[in-house]
Design a binder for this molecule. Sequence first.
Ligand code: AMP
Length: 413
Amino acid sequence: MSFKDLKISKPILRAVAEAGYDNPTLVQEKTIPLVLDKKDVIVSAQTGTGKTAAFALPILQTLLNQQDAPKKGKTIKALIVSPTRELAIQIEDNFKTYSTYTNLRTTVVYGGTSIEPQKDVLKKGVDILIATPGRLLDLHKQDIINLDYVETLVLDEADLMLDMGFIDDVRKIERLCTKEKQILLFSATIPHKVEQLANSILNLPERVEVAQNSSTSKNVAQVLYYVPKRNKIELCLHLLRNTIKGNIIIFRRTKFGVDKLEKTLLKNGYKADSIHGDKSQTARQDALKRFKKGEVNILIATDVAARGIDITDLDAVVNFDLPNVPETYVHRIGRTARAGNTGIAYSFCSADEKDYIKTIQQLIQLQLDIIEDHPYPLDPKAKPIIHKSNKTGSKHKKGRKSVASKKKKKRWY
Ligand code: AMP
């Protein structure tokens, strides 16, 4: 199938061809006709599948089709809500690329940066707005944003959005748009809470599922090192010296862990940078740019900061800390061995993480290759530290509260 078969017209086809896309990806093939048909759609697909173009292209096409209609000045007709700033910026980049040969205008607004320039752009009028929830609501409250003309609302990375506690904001945003709008919900996984949200706001949604493209990839070697927690940094340095080469992302669970590892690697002469939720927007953008340009070859990240970001050509992913949610492992290693390349995923497991390995292996239906020959083996009798279970679930579950409490709250990602 070609983009032309999907009823994408010339100005967009030209831009898509210049972006180097020959044919639509599976998620695009399945989603584009439904979006053009004005259906509500739930799409489960991860970054890397081409999901951004799966909503961006038909949205642009729909707006292009309407351009003969009398113009009332530009109003926001498509709103894309994204949980993280990096992702929002990336989505804007994509829209701008695909709309190069149209006069459709796109902008992005997100927190952590000055609001005034964003207001100026909005006042001039845009057709497509990409936004993180908090800044969007702020601007709406200040009457800078009018959502009365939104025809398509996209909730991107819905599972992450809910994990980050944006549920109330998302519901509020949905209510601020007109009732008749089309809603497209994209999520890497569809846990119960995403299903609940979808049931309550989508209208007879169609479903598109694109199989996870990572753990099943035969091109990723997945190796496991049992190592005492206190020796993880030494093991990491040992592997960087002897084994791991190329462009690498190292995942840690907390921002504190990310900072600590970054300092150690820099001290040891490695070219590393990092991203996590407590870094300023500019610092995060700079780190990504430096990594993409090849000025540094090691990026240390928390899952939330790295989620959804399009970083390709990775040679290795290091799971310095194992994720407690097994799907996160799949997201992480899905970043390597894209497009037929080979890659390696290294996982470090300390005594208290053994249960995580069990659930990961159950999910991916695969036993990781255990590497025993290394200088910091874990005593097999080492007792795990028992964590108290948290029956109330995520502390972010109830959504973000007041601005004051938000300011006080220290984010772990
Ligand atoms: P996404 O899943 O939206 O983050 O896209 C992942 C990557 O695939 C991005 O670098 C896109 O530019 C690229 N991409 C999207 N659609 C296509 C396509 N049809 N052909 C080739 N590359 C694509």
